[in-house]
Structures are given as C-alpha cells and as structure tokens.
Design a protein around this ligand. Structure first.
Ligand code: NAD
Ligand code: UDP
Length: 364
C-alpha cells in the first residue's frame, strides 16, 4: 500500500517510513523539518518506493497524492520543542490533523493518529488505561501540546462518526532510541548526551517522578499493527515497566561507565508525577506488546549517540545553556502551586531572549 507519513523526517516518523519500506509498502513523507532532521531520511531518498514532500501540514497535506493510509505524526513532541513553538503546536494538532484527515477521506484511506500519554495529563488514576479521561491543565504551558492532541483525538473520532472514516488512535508513551536529537531536551537523550560528555545529569525536581520508557522498534511495530487493523482504539502503546527519573539516570551512568555527577533543577510546571500504560487492549486486539527491555534499548541508543561524538559536545552545551535560562512562571490553576520555574526553553515562551548559540533550537 502507499502510506503518507506526516512528520516522517522526525525521530519516530523516520523509523516508521523505514519499517514500511522494509515490508514492501511505498511511502510519501511530508515534513517541514521544524523539529526533524534531513539526515533521518537521507538513506531513504534513493529507495524507489520513497517520496519526500517538504510541506507544513498545518497549511496543506494535499501534495501527498493517492494514498491507502495516512499516519499523522507531524507535531513537536519534546517539551522544550513545543514550549518554543506553542502556536505552531496548536496549529498542527488542529489544522494539521484536519488536513491529514481530509487527505485520508479523499482517498478512503486508513488514518492513524499519533496521540500521546499527555492526554492523561498529570493522572489521578494509576496506571493509565484508555477509559481514563485525564487531568489536564487547559491553560498551563504544557496545554499547547496536551490540548492540541486532545483536539486531534476529538476531530479524528468525529470524522469516524460523521464520515465513516477508518480512524485509529495510538496513545504513545515515552519512546526513545536512535535518531533522537541529542539536544532535544527529552530525558533519555539529555542523560545520554550528558553522560557521554562528562556533564552533570540534570534531574528535574526530586527525580521521584516516573515514566515508562518504550524502545522505538517496539513502538513502530505497534503503529504498523494499528495501521493494518481497522480498529479505532484508542490504544495505549508503551512499555509498562515504570521507572523513576533517578533510576533512569543511574541506568544511563551504569551503561556508559560515566563519572558524571547528578545535578537537580526545578521541576517544570505541570510535569506529570506518574506515568504507566495499561496495554491490555493493544495486547488483546492488536496482538502487540513490547519486547525490548531498557537495558538492551539503552545499549542500542548509547551506541548510536557514542558513534556521533561531533554532535555531542555542542548539544551538551546547548542543553546546559537552555537550563541556565530559567524564568519564573506563575502557575495558573489551583492544581499547581504558584511561582515555579521551568527550564530554559520556556524562556522564549515568556518573551525572554535566550543567549545560547548553536543547536539549542536547531530543530527549527
Ligand atoms: P519529532 O519532533 O522527532 O518528530 C516530529 C516531526 O514532525 C518532525 O520531523 C517535524 O519536523 C515534523 N513536523 C512538526 N510540525 C510539522 C508541520 N506543521 N508540518 C510538517 N511536519 C511537521 O518527534 P517524535 O518523537 O518523532 O514524535 C512523533 C509523533 O509522535 C508526534 O506527533 C508526537 O506527538 C508523538 N508522540 C511521540 C512520543 C515520544 O516519546 N517520542 C510520545 C508521545 C507521542
Ligand atoms: N527530565 C529530567 N531531566 C531532563 C529532562 C527531563 O529530569 O534533563 C524529567 C522531566 O521533568 C520529566 C521526565 O524527565 O519528569 C520525562 O521528561 P521528557 O521531557 O523526556 O518527557 P515528558 O514525559 O515529560 O513529555
């Protein structure tokens, strides 16, 4: 089949394009490289089944041509990225999703939305199953991402109800692996970059908050299973093994043999305290579950980062520069206590010009 992958030049999207080509599908990748990297798809450009369109899907996804399926992944995903691009994030979750839905509708194609565990916000129910409706601060800094994705789910479900479109929704939990940008500000990429360059590992808050980390190959298998089905879900796709951020730091230090110290920074506003997916639905309906544990996943990811030493030094400096730029942000609901600080990239959101040069914002 011919699959349009929006955001196909990003971390997950490029792995999905590759997996589709590997099994014999053809792919049209639409991306504006606002947070992606042309290097991610450079090896695919010579493949006869691969086509690339430079496009902002918030404007249009029409250039994709005839398609049998649409995988809509275009959106900033790392908190520093979406805090730097609040309006673009809202736009791609709303208009971008509608454009991708219209593309699917025109061709009577399967449509899969890359939604997120952020749908659950800072969850009051643990672990999170799909029936939980979430606890999201609709006007906090993270809302530009969380509410955009909630709208994306809503409009996708409405297209299914109204037009009978064959829609599927994946709620993706923290996923890591090769092709993450070393300076994207997410916890796995930051810790590995810091460990390999001897910089302190930056733990936000007390490090007791948890996440459940899924290796990219597992996640991509889940997306393929959802593309091939006609189930709507939503489906939690993630690894149900939960870890604290401190445990992750220890695992990265052990894996790299690094002697980096650990340094604590303020916890970002509305940072979820706990995150663990219930994946029973994906196991039973899609026959999917993750297979790669964190030790093996980190080994592969560290090997990828270690093979690119030229990118690491500048990235470590960029992460550090971003984190030094802290501005007080007053929380806007009773759910979070007042006057917290959020690490650097939010400085731009608050109108403060960052001083960091180099690749800090180079995703865009
Ligand atoms: P990423 O930033 O590496 O990839 C996103 C891609 O979308 C980039 O290539 C970017 O250039 C592109 N893009 C952004 N806005 C665009 C626009 N308007 N038009 C065209 N292209 C645009 O992030 P990722 O981790 O690969 O995430 C991919 C998708 O999966 C996102 O929708 C994200 O919300 C979702 N997701 C990811 C995770 C995770 O842990 N990686 C977790 C939950 C959800
Ligand atoms: N985090 C951290 N240090 C970092 C980056 C992130 O302690 O350098 C924390 C962050 O506060 C959150 C968790 O790690 O509690 C996961 O953050 P990430 O940005 O990877 O993803 P999120 O799940 O918050 O979207």
């Amino acid at each position: 089949m011919r699959v349009a992958v929006t955001g196909g030049g990003g971390f997950l999207g490029s792995h999905l394009c590759e997996a589709l080509l590997r099994r014999g599908d053809s792919v049209v990748c639409l991306d504006d490289f606002s947070t992606g990297d042309p290097d991610n798809i450079a090896p695919l450009l010579s493949h006869p089944g691969f086509a690339f369109q430079h496009a902002d899907v918030s404007v249009s996804a029409d250039g994709a041509g005839r398609v049998d399926a649409v995988a809509h992944l275009a959106s900033p995903a790392s908190p520093p990225d979406y805090l730097r691009r609040p309006l673009e994030t809202l736009r791609v979750g709303s208009r971008g999703t509608e454009n991708a839905l219209r593309l699917a509708l025109r061709h009577n194609a399967r449509f899969v939305l890359a939604s997120t565990s952020e749908i659950y916000g800072d969850p009051l129910v643990h672990p999170q199953e799909e029936a939980y409706w979430g606890n999201v601060n609709s006007i906090g800094p993270r809302s530009v991402y969380d509410e955009a994705k909630r709208y994306a789910e809503a409009v996708s479900a409405a297209y299914r109800r109204t037009h009978g479109l064959n829609v599927g929704i994946a709620r993706i939990f923290n996923t890591y692996g090769p092709r993450m940008r070393p300076h994207d500000g997410r916890v796995v990429s930051s810790f590995i970059t810091q460990a390999l360059t001897g910089e302190p590992l930056t733990i936000y808050g007390d490090g007791k908050q948890t996440r459940s980390f899924c290796y990219v190959d597992d996640l991509v298998r889940g997306l393929l299973a959802l593309l091939d089905s006609s189930e709507m879900g939503p489906f939690n796709l993630g690894n149900p093994v939960e870890r604290t951020v401190t445990e992750l730091a220890e695992a990265v230090l052990a894996m790299t043999g690094s002697r980096s110290e650990v340094k604590h920074h303020p916890l970002p506003v509305d940072d979820p305290v706990r995150r663990r997916p219930v994946i029973t639905r994906a196991q039973e309906v899609l026959g999917w579950q993750p297979e790669i544990d964190i030790t093996e996943g980190l080994r592969r990811t560290v090997a990828y980062f270690a093979a690119r030493p030229d990118r690491l030094g500048a990235s470590a400096a960029a992460i550090r520069g971003g984190q030094d730029e802290t501005v007080p942000l007053t929380a806007v609901t009773g759910a979070t206590t007042a006057a917290q600080t959020i690490p650097g990239p939010a400085a731009e959101t608050a109108g403060v010009t960052p001083t960091t040069a180099g690749p800090s914002g180079s995703g865009g």
